[in-house]
Design a protein around this ligand. Sequence first.
Ligand code: AGP
Length: 597
Amino acid sequence: MCGIVGYIGTSKAVPVIFDLLKRLEYRGYDSAGIATIGSSIQTFKTEGSVDDLVSITPDLAGCIGIGHTRWATHGVPSSENAHPHCDNAGNVAVVHNGIIENYIELKDELIGSGHEFVSETDTEVLPHLISEYYNGGLESSVRNALSKVQGSYALAVISTDDPDKIVVARKDSPLVLGLGDSEFFVASDASGILKYTKNVIFMNNGEIGVISREGVEITTMDGARVENKVETLEWTAEAAEKSGYDHFMQKEIFEQPISIRETFSGRISSEGVNLEVPVPNARRIVIIACGTSYHAGLFGRYAIEHFARIPVEVEIASEFRYTDPILDCGDLVIAITQSGETADTLAAIREAGSKDSHKLGITNVLGSSITRECQCILTRAGPEIGVAATKSFTSQLAVLLLSAVRLGRLRGALSAADENDFIYELKQMSANIRRVLNCAPSIRECALLFADAEQFLFMGRGANYPIALEGALKLKEISYIPAEGFPAGELKHGPLALIYDGVPVIAIATEGMVYDKMLGNIKEVKARGAIVIGIASESDTRIAKYVDYVLRIPDTDPWIAPVLASVVLQLFAYYIAYHKRCEIDKPRNLAKSVTVE
Ligand code: AGP
């Protein structure tokens, strides 16, 4: 939610800031703004995209600046509400990602002291507080201001009173500093600065940084010096580019043979699965996540219960954190989050910690907030820029399969021979995904037959049920067509009422997942006029008699087929959204990282 950036160096700041903002635009895209220091602070802001901002910003000479791309929380998208926000004298400019919870009280106090506000945002209190508490130095003034603030923030501040510094601070919103050659970068996440440097510092909660052309100094809120922990990013700059594809989502779908290979690299061999999964003797596992990651969690539940025979519960993070969950030291709580920054998931894992449960994170982003909360398994899918999760989802499924097998072995629920047979199939997964991708033209052809459908239904059983949910989410997220996923066995308990003549139903009917019952469910919807698109294995000779269209996946283990089926559904959604000319990488109202509640 919102991307903040900053630059200080020897080059002109404006082009760098525009480039950084474009790379972070997937975090929010309803308005954007920039501020640099010349003889004074010069600020340009607009409703709309970073391209709109570029078109209104003149060539500015300053070599220091900050920028923002917004996902509105407090106040409608407008140029007044766009960041940077300034104090009344125009000496201080601030960009902020997060929420200042006590802004109304602070605003009232500041208005009482003569400050005038021009926006509806919570953020605007920050520059006013900084100028109100200004004590001769920008860093100490920011520190004073933040001592009054409740809420979450990643912020970057520049001031004409200290014109060769950017002051940054972080609490519960991500912030990365990039270290170049006499130039330094600030960004909400590392994919933004990959093009410029791979040497980064991931700031921790409660830290304030001062960035000058000489370097970076980080201190705690109490002023204690913090040793700079410089990390080297493994992602390549090309991984965060579109590289000739029309959309990041398309590129990311087609990258899955590689991302899956990376996920498995060094983790599967003839010796078995090599993955550090804590507390194999846990009495229970509770998986918490949101959105697509929640669907991965549902799949994980089926896999872990099957392979390791441990009871698993799956909870939506935003519900879990407020239900006073019953947890104890016998539980292992697994938080799944691609970004590692989802506010509800982070709060839920903290809740688990407060109840003495064991914690494990599954994330795609090294250095993200979840990696600071608990031991994490990295999914290694590479940077995912499209708002709709694709390759990160299949890598989550792959990690969950590995975890299930590892736990199964450690608990004696799975034999070495069965583990080996399964590993053989896992090793084919990347090649099998490539074979699915080779069928993209026929998936497209089928999808376009239904591009004007008013609604879709997706159904599956067992581990295909979460894949049906995910297929529906993908379609509605990027094409805005209402779509619902449900467990096929539930049909007669309500969803059957949604079936009418010609409604498209996607039935994930891979073998092993209660296949015969699934055929029965297909008959039920067909009998009521649905047009059924079945997703089935290559060697399945029965399915064609039951459905109107079949999209095939390679023959594989029943636990791997759902991963292949997800790729089919990603392509299906993508081609419909493409046909409808939707903003595929930046669906309306959504942002990649949901860093606010
Ligand atoms: C997926 O396509 C969505 N963009 C969304 O549901 C996402 O999965 C959810 O916000 C959770 O994000 P996370 O994995 O980064 O925690």
